[in-house]
Ligand binder design. Structure first.
Ligand code: PMP
Length: 313
């Protein structure tokens, strides 16, 4: 992976090689950090880079930070502005991924959340596809369980919690699958290792509610909106039983990185006809147009990076 040229670090944009922490750093030892994952999409026709829903991402990041008792002099707007400045300096003219990371920066021994210094860093890298086979993924149901809200809150994007996702993903890939879905302690479907889950049954789009130990995905929210407003679909948030995904018509995962990833096989069982279904295909098409700024009514979700000269009359 190519390294970024710059990073936002300790309040300013510095060469990436200067954005370094010591080995005693609290977050490195105890997983006491919170992060985000935002995408920038290159629109070749307009020669513009659009960041997708940055304010929603930074709002969630600051909420994760609150769960960690982190105090930062930042608002979603100030983080968006820093990100736009960083992207301009990095000068990317391609799809990219933006990673903001809040971390307990003190070099001390002692597990706790309070009485520590919080820092934020942001960097960006070129990025294309995250899940292999995103038009027809083969997933398994993980033998790992999703972390519970009373263990490590999944609605916070907390660095230490991603060891759970790493177990889920590694075991899935080593067993020959593209990704895994994970169950709650109650045995309901929660989500993928880094994606939310949707199922279509009898024309209704169904996704687990936010109380099923999911990350409250911004792609999830976007897809629910598109399904209702652009496709007139009924969208339900309700618990999903394990065997429902064996008999549903369509199944897909959503995430900033994974975008809309079609699932066509679960544990060697075909989903529906065993190929991507029509609702998934249409949502993929709509989502791709939307994130690249091609649907005018949703342009408020597309934050342009480069300042354009006003067109001459
Ligand atoms: N669940 C988990 C565990 C994730 O890490 C992600 C990726 N951020 C998602 C769901 C999808 O969230 P979003 O659509 O906001 O990227």
């Amino acid at each position: 992976m190519t390294l970024p040229k710059y990073a936002y670090f300790k309040g300013k944009i510095v060469p990436y090689s200067e954005a370094k922490v010591g080995v005693m750093t609290h977050a490195l030892n105890y997983g006491t950090g919170a992060f985000g994952g935002v995408r920038g999409y290159w629109n070749a026709d307009e020669e513009q880079l659009y960041v997708f829903r940055p304010l929603d991402h930074f709002k969630r990041l600051l909420n994760s930070a609150r769960m960690l008792c982190a105090e930062l002099d930042h608002t979603p707007e100030s983080l968006r502005d820093v990100t736009l400045e960083l992207l301009r300096k990095e000068g990317l003219r391609e799809d990219c991924y933006i990673r903001p990371l809040i971390y307990k920066a003190d070099e001390v021994i002692g597990v706790r959340l309070h009485d520590l210094t919080d820092e934020i860093t942001i960097f960006t890298i070129p990025f294309t596809r995250y899940v292999e086979n995103d038009e027809g993924a083969h997933v398994t149901v993980s033998s790992w369980r999703r972390i519970d809200d009373n263990t490590i809150p999944a609605r916070g994007k907390i660095t230490g919690a991603y060891v759970n996702s790493a177990f889920i993903k590694t075991d899935a890939l080593r067993a020959g699958f593209d990704e895994a879905l994970v169950l709650t302690d109650d045995g309901h479907l929660s989500e993928g290792s880094a994606e939310n889950l949707f199922m279509v049954r009898d024309g209704v789009l169904i996704t687990p509610p936010v109380t099923e130990n999911i990350l409250e995905g911004i792609t999830r929210r976007t897809i629910m909106h598109l399904a209702r407003e652009e496709m007139g679909l009924e969208v339900l948030e309700r618990p999903i039983d394990r065997t429902e995904i064996y008999i549903c018509d369509e199944l897909f995962m959503t995430g900033t990185a994974a975008q809309v990833t079609a699932i066509t096989k679960v544990d060697h069982r075909p989903v529906g006809e065993g190929v991507m279904g029509p609702i998934t295909a249409e949502l993929r098409r709509l989502y791709d147009d939307l994130v690249r700024g091609k649907i005018s009514k949703y342009r408020h979700w597309n934050e342009p990076v480069y300042v354009k000269e006003a067109a001459t009359p």
